[in-house]
Design a binder for this molecule. Structure first.
Ligand code: AMP
Ligand code: ZN
Length: 488
């Protein structure tokens, strides 16, 4: 028997049984496509993917929407600074539209590599400007706004519940008001529509009843979520950084505009942090991408597994030693599955399978406790009294949530060993077929790289490593002195 799905709700600060009539409408704040998404962003999408899979496993149909923010997200969440998209275009000497396309594409490749299921809709902000203008007009008509020299602002003083969601301290808000806020009446007021600057032509701007400009970032998510989902939304998710400003502002503007509750259940993923505890962040330049991990020979699914080492509501520390040990755990998990689970499918049910899956579902449905869910799988693999057929049957079900390709036997699992003429042991793994000629070339580069390293000629060893990368080979020096070459 599976227990009911229980989820923490940021709105009540407690774990509640999740209930919904019919299809679950779920909105998740998506990427701002001005740069690569880092693996911290990916941590949040992985947590949302687990939520989506757990909802489906609990028998719900899901209508899941993830927006693509391609305009209006300023470098400062409090409405000052530049538009991140325009800055991205300047940085790369490309048009904003090219930048949006480039980083949307890499975002899609990244989520696919992490086995993150696609939502039912991926709306782009720039395709929904009329909906945003309509919502701003409603707020103007209802008297919730004021106009300054640079835009139309939501007047938070007119929405007394503003402090409620993030448990903001009204005293502190007043203290905050002493900092420079331009023409804003209060520190918490936020832009609904920004006018284009008078001295500069923006690449992205639209006509509106109030002048040429562009939407504020918060109104984008509200207009798109209400276009695709019915109100109140069942679920709204994002990273924990969104509680204080972005989601607080979304609640204020939607509830002011519609007079109805915006969303029933809010979930927020904690951050991936750097070793000293600071948030992994693009704006601070402290970030690692999935492609960097891949270049280091780390399988994206090893990063997915790494994310399961902490509960989604706890911070997770990123370190190279941590991720390397996750890569080893992933390899060992796959190895254990390969050696202990049956190779062919058989429809099987047994008390032992039920026991394993009861522990697994109890963990998943207890506010998505993935460390515990995974522990149930490790325990099962070690248990000699559970048959190979039973293990395979249980893994097949567990992988509908874990999505670690546990039962997939890849060419990557086939391993060939060679000894180079310089005497180095080189272990080839990977999915690509290599000609003998290629293998000989790789062996000679491995020898040359070892020699360069011995001479501490780092420039030469880096150059040789890049040469391998250009051939589609990721080389890793192993502790036993051998070299692992992953063919991609
Ligand atoms: P952005 O592209 O910055 O709008 O962020 C996309 C998603 O990633 C949002 O849900 C953010 O809250 C989340 N996010 C940003 N930084 C981190 C981090 N270091 N760890 C986890 N999630 C993050
Ligand atoms: Zn959002």
């Amino acid at each position: 028997m599976r227990p009911a799905l229980r989820l923490f709700n940021t709105a009540s600060l407690s774990v509640e049984e999740f209930k919904a009539d019919g299809t679950v409408g779920m909105y998740c704040c998506g990427p701002t496509v001005y740069n690569y998404q880092h693996i911290g962003n990916m941590r949040t999408y992985i947590f949302e993917d687990i939520l989506r899979r757990a909802l489906k496993a609990a028998g719900f149909k899901v209508n899941h929407v993830v927006n693509i923010t391609d305009v209006g997200h300023l470098t400062d969440d409090a409405d000052s600074g530049d538009d991140k998209m325009e800055k991205g275009a300047e940085r790369e000497g490309k048009t904003v539209w090219d930048i949006a396309q480039k980083y949307t594409n890499t975002f899609m490749q990244n989520i696919d590599a992490l086995n993150i299921e696609h939502p039912e809709a991926f709306p782009r902000a720039t395709d929904h400007i009329p909906e945003m203008i309509a919502m701003v007009q409603t707020l103007i008509d209802k008297g919730f706004t004021y106009t300054t020299d640079d835009g139309i602002y939501f007047d938070t003083a007119k929405f007394p519940d503003y402090v409620k969601f993030a448990r903001l301290d009204p005293e502190q808000l007043m203290a905050g008001a002493r900092i420079d806020m331009g023409e804003k009446h209060s520190n918490t007021d936020f832009a609904l529509w920004k006018f284009s600057p008078k001295d500069k032509k923006r690449a992205m701007e639209w006509d509106s009843p109030w002048g040429v400009g562009f939407p504020g970032w918060h109104i984008e998510c509200s207009a798109m979520s209400l276009k695709y989902l019915s109100q109140p939304l069942d679920i709204h998710c994002g990273g924990a950084d969104h509680i204080r400003i972005h989601h607080t502002n979304e609640i204020a503007q939607v509830e002011a505009a519609t007079g109805k509750k915006f969303c029933r259940h809010w979930l927020h993923g904690e951050w991936l942090v750097m070793e000293k505890g600071e948030k992994m962040s693009k704006s601070k330049g402290l970030f690692v991408t999935l492609d960097v991990l891949k270049k280091e020979g780390i399988n994206p699914l090893a990063y997915r597994l790494y994310c399961f080492s902490a509960h989604y509501r706890s911070p997770l520390k990123f370190s190279w030693t941590g991720i390397e040990s996750a890569a080893q755990s992933y390899a060992s998990l796959k190895k254990q599955v390969a050696s202990s689970a049956a190779k062919t499918d058989s429809d099987l049910s047994s008390t032992r399978i039920d026991e394993v899956l009861t522990a697994f579902w109890a963990a998943v449905n207890d506010d998505l406790n993935m460390p515990r869910a995974l522990a149930a799988i490790w325990d099962m693999l070690k248990d000699g009294s559970i048959t190979a057929d039973e293990k395979r049957a249980a893994l097949k079900i567990a992988d509908t949530i874990l999505a670690l390709d546990l039962l997939k036997v890849e060419a990557a699992d086939s391993v060939t060993e060679k000894i180079s003429s310089g005497g180095s042991k080189v272990v080839f793994t990977g999915s690509k077929e290599f000609s003998d000629e290629h293998v000989t070339r790789v062996l000679s580069i491995v020898d040359a790289r070892k020699a360069a390293k011995l001479e501490k000629n780092w420039a030469e060893s880096d150059r040789l490593r890049d040469e391998l990368v250009a051939m589609g080979v990721i080389a890793k020096d192993m502790k036993d002195g051998s070299t692992e070459c992953v063919l991609k």
